[in-house]
Structure formats: structure tokens, C-alpha cells
Design a protein around this ligand. Structure first.
Ligand SMILES: [Zn+2]
Length: 104
């Protein structure tokens, strides 16, 4: 049986309640007796998210993958740049170290 977190919108009382999936939501706060309870989706009711998996795949995937792609492209660009620089720097060093013949 999953545990649900409830938070009272009136007095802020927070508590956990064991309930079956089909049980009615609680509305009445045991502290102030107002019908201000809200069920929190949290660690206690993780079953819901694990079951559907929409959090991981549907909700996040597009933005997340786009960001990852961009990051990868950035890194690849950096890599090629770095390689270019090392390629360039080698002949540069040679040219510098080799004394130019002053035959003019
Ligand atoms: Zn309350």
C-alpha cells in the first residue's frame, strides 16, 4: 500500500497516510478540521511515477536530449579546434627554432 503525503492548506499540517490506490483522497485536516488537505506527489507515492515513467521519457526527454546534443557538438567542436591548434603549433615551433637564412 502506498503512502501519501498530505499538506493542509489552512494550517500547514503535514502528515503521511497509508492508503490503497483506490481509496478516496482525504480532504479534512485532522488538526484544524478544515477541508483544505492537498495530496503531495512525492517520494511516498513514487509508485505512480515509476509505473507510468512519463517523467523520464515523455516530459524531459526532448529538452534533455537537445541539451545533450548541443553539449556534445560543443565538445566536438572544441576537440577539432584543439587538434587544429596542435597541428598548427608544431610547424610554427619548427619555423621559429630554425634560423632563417639571411641570404639577401
Ligand atoms: Zn489544517
Amino acid at each position: 500500500m502506498p503512502t501519501y503525503d498530505y499538506l493542509c492548506g489552512n494550517c500547514g499540517h503535514k502528515f503521511e497516510q497509508f492508503q490503497s490506490m483506490t481509496a478516496k483522497l482525504l480532504r479534512k485536516c485532522p488538526e484544524c478540521k478544515k477541508m483544505q488537505l492537498k495530496r503531495l506527489i512525492g517520494a511516498g507515492s513514487g509508485v505512480i511515477f515509476k509505473g507510468s515513467g512519463f517523467y523520464e521519457t515523455d516530459y524531459r526527454s526532448k529538452d534533455y536530449k537537445d541539451a545533450q546534443k548541443k553539449e556534445k557538438e560543443k565538445r566536438e567542436k572544441k576537440d577539432t579546434k584543439a587538434k587544429d591548434e596542435t597541428k598548427k603549433s608544431k610547424p610554427d615551433k619548427k619555423a621559429k627554432s630554425t634560423p632563417k637564412p639571411n641570404s639577401k
